[in-house]
Design a protein around this ligand. Sequence first.
Ligand code: NAD
Length: 471
Amino acid sequence: MKTDFSLIINGQAVAGERGTFAVLNPATEEAVAQCPFASPDQVDQAVKAAGAAFQSWQYSSRETRVAALNAIADRFEAHAAELAEIITLEQGKPLALAQFEVGGAIAWTRHAATLDIPVEVIEDSEVRRAELHRKPLGVVGSITPWNWPLLIAVWHLMPAIRTGNTVVVKPSSMTPFNTLRMVELMNECLPAGVVNVVTGEGGIGSSMVKHEGIRKIVFTGSTPTGQTIMRNAADNLKRLTLELGGNDAGIVLPDADLDALAPKIFQTAFFNMGQTCAALKRLYVHESQYDALVEKLADIARAQKVGPGMDEGVTFGPVQNRDQFELVSALVEDARSKGARIVTGGERVGDKGYFYAPTIVADITDGTRLVDEEQFGPVLPVIRYSDVDDALRRANDNPNGLGGSVWSSDIDKARAVASRLECGTAWINNHAEVLPHCPFGGSKMSGLGVEFGQDGLLEYTQSQLLNISKG
Ligand code: NAD
């Protein structure tokens, strides 16, 4: 893996004016490489470069933007192995999952190239013609988290530039290298200043949110940070798309086929070691099947091969960072102390790296931290219920509303329950699946706005009504 990373401002690779900081490999707790640390002045330079590039990029043709996005996807394909290796080394996930992430980044980029926003003719009468047009906003600030770092940056950047905006992106300081490399590759296909990247902490994200030259912030991360961003964005009324935390419930109906569904339930709860915003995070199971499903899930958990993501045959990597590892451990210990049964896992694996065994917790209920709070890690609480309406009430009795699911052999019955879930996406016999053509976003405290599809594209635009008088 290359180790000399730079900020990219106005198409130029530049060193951070505040020096560098180390990024740790979560499998070894050793430095992967040094990351440039940008100064507030460099954030300002990046915003000014993006502002200058916007003056012409906003008028670029559809063909120019589509060609640029497809050229970017080609660059990602040519560097897929390199990008996947960077992701595994800094994020921790098994290499096959990192390759899946890069594949998703390519697919989403190509899909963004296919999207269009037609002009809407609202009235065409003898007295007037009224047309609704969509214009780009200006400079978009993108702030991303550490769980799916490349994919989420692609989700932010591609619709922004497709619609004629320019961008300053700030990745999480836990996983900055994939984004630095991605922006370097993008700059081989775009005019200088269209996409800029700054890295570091110490208020870089909040200085972007407060910057008058940025017209919109697209943010994916925790709910408390999203709330701070919303407060700070008020001064110049920035547009916001906020994809925030979740605590998704899944409800298994009494008729569910456990043999068929248990592997899928495990996969969607432990996707990316459970560090997925819309992973299944609380599982409600009818008492008639409770013990059987708990055992099936525990068997699948025990069969995982936990280890460094670069090692052959590993299916389960480390938690990404020490704070998250400690939160996961604390939630499990709290559950244990309240009498919950740790069916499997519940402990660190090895003495180096942030490895935590995939953990199934049973005989636990609402009112326990592990059920009420987002664990964002490799632990699933399984909760017994006897009445479906009661399970539904408990599933909805949470401030989050990102996703939810119902598992059953009877799709009509499942649909009736799913439609009453308070969340942005309701799955039946699945969970955590997101698609480039289907809008995705949170309700309640899980966010504001949507990404993907044409609805997602519209979030990067400002409408302008053109009113042509014929009188
Ligand atoms: P986080 O909120 O700690 O950090 C996210 C980003 O915000 C980082 O780049 C961070 O440097 C930056 N940041 C921190 N303080 C800031 C401030 N005051 N102003 C501006 N930027 C600031 O989140 P995280 O721990 O990196 O990610 C995990 C969380 O993200 C989980 O809650 C998860 O559910 C959520 N998430 C949501 C989605 C979704 O689509 N809804 C997707 C992935 C992750």
